[in-house]
Design a protein. Structure first.
Length: 150
């Protein structure tokens, strides 16, 4: 560690399940991780947020995320398709993407890594597990990893 105080990071979560989004927000608060959480409901909204298009055109309301938490199974455009587009875009491919999903399929994991995700994590089954995961993720991405600034 560098000894400097960690700065909050902007986390963008793409997940169509409102309960999962709310539980993640609560878990981040409970884990006392410094962050700003933004949420979208599918891959299309994720790309609009990242590209600051449509309802996300105001750049003050849509900062560039330091980290993306990506669910795989979403309507309209799933996480696999969104990840492929993110990693194909030179302006976006440097943003780390952590797949956070209920899928335990080896094929999904292999494809996620092949497409360029930084990590593949299966969602915990209870709130305590989610709090522990958010605390660990927060410490890792905030305290240990050097992330580029906007």
């Amino acid at each position: 560690m560098t000894g400097k105080a960690p700065l909050p990071i902007n986390i963008l979560m793409a997940d169509d399940d409102e309960d999962d989004r709310l539980l993640t927000l609560d878990a981040l608060k409970e884990s006392r991780v410094l962050n700003n959480l933004y949420c979208v409901e599918d891959g299309i909204e994720l790309l609009e947020f990242l590209r600051r298009e449509g309802k996300y055109a105001n750049s003050e309301d849509t900062p560039r995320p330091s980290l993306i938490l990506l669910d795989l199974n979403m309507p309209r455009m799933d996480g696999r398709e969104a990840l492929q587009e993110i990693k194909a875009d030179p302006a976006l491919r440097g943003i780390p993407v952590v797949i956070l999903t209920t899928s335990k399929e080896e094929e999904d994991m292999l494809r996620g890594y092949d497409l360029g995700c930084a990590s593949y994590i299966t969602k915990p089954v209870n709130f305590e597990g989610l709090v522990d995961l958010m605390r660990t993720l927060g410490r890792y991405w905030i305290e240990f990893v050097e992330l580029p600034h906007d």
